[in-house]
Structure formats: C-alpha cells, structure tokens
Ligand binder design. Structure first.
Ligand SMILES: O=C(O)[C@H](O)[C@@H](O)[C@H](O)[C@H](O)COP(=O)(O)O
Length: 223
C-alpha cells in the first residue's frame, strides 16, 4: 500500500490538489483531453476549492463523479450540486461535466445515455476516491444488491446499485473502470477511517469493496 501521512488536513488538501493538477498537466502535454474523476461526500470540499483556482487548461478537462445519489440537483444530497459549488467555478469553470444523473424516477431509465457519456471519456486520467467507515468507495457498498457484478472484471462501466446504507439508489463507476485509471488517489481523514482502511486490507473485496483499488492507489491520510 502506498500510504502518505500528512501532519494536518490543510496540508493534505493543498498537496493533493497540487499533485492532481500536475498529473493532469503532464497528461495534457501528450493528450488532447483528460478526465478527472472525483468523489462526493463531505471530505473533498477543500481539495476542490484549491483545485478550482489552479492554473490548468481546464477547457480540455472532462470532469466526472465517482458516483451519484439518485436525487435532483436541488437536493442537499446531490454530489453534482456539490461539484458545482466547490469545483466547477473560477478557472475550473471551463471543464466539461459528464453527468451521472439525469432527471428520471430511477437510474435504470437513463442508464444508456449515462453509460455512453462515461464511455466517451474513459480511461480516467486522474481518479480521486473517498471511503466510508464501512469500507465502501464510490457507491460500491458492502451488502449492495449488485456488488458482486460491479466488482467483477466483466462489469459494465457504470451500474445502478441499491444498498441499505446508501439511502437513495446510487449510480456508480464499477471496479474495472476504477482500476484502469492512470493515476489513483484515495483521500481519507481521521482515526476511524484509518483503522477501517487497515481492516480492509485483511478482508475480501465483497466485504471491503475499497480493497479493489488498494494496490493501485496512493492513500492520503491526515488526522
Ligand atoms: O456519494 C458519496 O457518498 C461518495 O462519493 C462516497 O463514496 C464518499 O466518498 C464516501 O462515502 C466518503 O464520504 P465522506 O467523505 O462524507 O466520509
């Protein structure tokens, strides 16, 4: 496991944003467009704030969430709304958002369009992931109805999943897409997530889905 420990969260967020931006810049030297894929949730806000102001040819960046809750952007639970507030602004406003949510009662209703949009921007250039204390990453929740399929090599790039712990239905990138990212970072903070991560290393993927990326990821942790 490639584990980087920071003395505090401010330093972590600054260093991580800087690292993501330089990986994107280097990729833009040799590719026309790049794809940045980021988590929702409560942790990454400060990384987004720093990133949105960094110098980068944002007009050539596709921006995609790891996963979305099946709620409209007016909901406080919308990850897309979070992205608009903290990342898609300032210099980064020129990036192109690839939607994981389209208005419809259920994710299955819009799966074809969403999948086409995602497929067009793969592979992921830089992937930033979060993790829950239950060891989920993206919306790959332990106990989710289609978790086994979402973890398999044959999984489609995007799937709808339902899990007790998730609340509303989720739409998520699947394990093969996450594992194929050129650069992968996992952002976690606090003692509880650190011990959850250590535990994940001892469990099978079906119980600790984050394990699916652990050998590929650089883990960034601060107390
Ligand atoms: O929509 C989401 O909830 C996420 O994308 C999810 O995978 C998140 O990264 C973890 O749940 C950690 O969330 P916190 O940062 O809020 O602990």
């Amino acid at each position: 496991m490639n584990f980087v420990e920071y003395p505090d969260r401010d330093l972590l967020m600054l260093a991580l944003a800087d690292r993501i931006a330089s990986q994107l810049r280097r990729a833009l030297d040799v590719q026309e467009r790049v794809t940045l894929c980021v988590p929702g949730g409560t942790t990454p806000g400060p990384v987004f704030e720093v990133l949105s102001d960094l110098e980068l040819d944002w007009g050539r960046v596709n921006l995609l969430l790891n996963d979305e809750r099946w709620v409209d952007e007016t909901s406080p639970r919308s990850n897309t709304a979070l992205l608009r507030r903290h990342l898609l602004k300032g210099r980064a406003a020129a990036a192109s958002l690839v939607p994981l949510y389209l208005p419809a009662p259920a994710p299955e209703d819009r799966m074809e369009e969403i999948t086409q949009g995602v497929q067009a921007v793969l592979p992921l250039t830089v992937l930033l992931l979060g993790m829950g204390e239950d060891m989920h990453t993206a919306s790959l929740f332990p106990g989710a109805d289609r978790l086994e399929e979402a973890l398999s090599e044959a999984a489609p790039p995007v799937m709808a999943l339902r899990a007790m712990a998730a609340g509303e239905p989720r739409i998520t990138l699947t394990a093969p897409v996450l594992r194929a990212a050129m650069h992968c970072h996992l952002l976690i903070t606090g003692a509880q997530k650190r011990s959850a991560l250590e535990r994940a290393g001892t469990l099978p993927e079906i119980e600790a889905p984050v394990r699916t990326v652990l050998s590929h990821a650089t883990i960034h942790w601060a107390p």
